[in-house]
Design a protein around this ligand. Structure first.
Ligand code: F6R
Length: 242
């Protein structure tokens, strides 16, 4: 595990974007595993700027997203499909045919998960997986559990995650209660994993995840075993680490 300590959110976003840009420069037809949420928004802004400045080309890049709410249509502003288009895909020259998210509108969970695992398998490996860190240690929507789920599956979101996500919805009742998520096995199979973490509110779970025991009760802790894991975190998030 490598830690890149940054001054603040903006610095974290710039450094994470630089790392991702280097992946694209080294392998123009790379497969990027992408995340949603507040943490990577600044990273995407920096990537868009690099593209607009003529320094980055997404024309051959392929992407697979970590997760999607079950039951939200793509045009719902809170769907992860909408988020990815709003924050990245609509602003760069990525071929939309090469972008993938789980199908949140598929009611049959088994079918949705199987189809998404087939998409991931067809990519022949994820070159870089971007992650945020949930307050309960979740990665993707792999919530604390008694075991590590390996492949794409349907999860019941924990009350803590529903609470954390309610800020984006009109009321807590509108927050979806289930999601489809890539499994821990798929995340761990990525050649490189970059996690962006910012803010004092993440300091405790950051410490627990990367300076405590590896356990499915803290899903992110498994990343301690990843051979190429880069944690890009700001001073606030790292404030409990000496
Ligand atoms: C998003 C995702 C989640 C978030 C996590 C942190 O695709 O999979 O695991 O990364 O909930 O969210 P933020 O960045 O909003 O604190």
């Amino acid at each position: 595990m490598r830690i890149i300590r940054t001054k603040n959110y903006d610095d974290m976003s710039k450094k994470a974007a630089d790392l991702i840009a280097s992946v694209i420069l080294l392998k123009p037809n790379c497969v990027l595993g992408l995340a949603t949420g507040s943490s990577p928004i600044g990273t995407y802004k920096n990537l868009v700027k690099m593209y607009k400045d003529g320094n980055l080309d997404f024309s051959q890049v392929k992407s697979v997203n970590l997760d999607e709410y079950k039951g939200l249509p793509r045009d719902n502003e809170q769907s992860y499909y909408y988020f990815m288009h709003d924050n990245l895909f609509s602003h760069v020259n990525i071929d939309l045919k090469n972008t993938h998210l789980p199908n949140g509108m598929e009611k049959n969970s088994e079918k949705a998960c199987k189809e998404y695992d087939e998409v991931i398998a067809s990519m022949n490996g994820v070159d870089m997986q971007l992650l945020g860190l949930g307050h309960d240690g979740h990665i993707g929507f792999n919530e604390p559990n008694s075991f590590f789920d390996k492949t794409t599956h349907c999860v019941n979101l924990t009350q803590m995650t529903i609470e954390a996500n309610k800020r984006f919805f009109a009321s807590i009742d509108d927050v979806p209660k289930q999601a489809y998520t890539m499994g821990i096995g798929t995340i761990m199979a990525a050649k490189m994993v970059i996690m962006v973490v910012s803010g004092k509110d993440k300091s405790e779970i950051l410490k627990k995840s990367f300076f405590g025991p590896v356990t499915p009760e803290v899903p992110a802790s498994i990343l301690q075993f990843h051979p190429n894991f880069i944690l890009v975190a700001d001073e606030d998030a790292l404030s409990l680490i000496e």
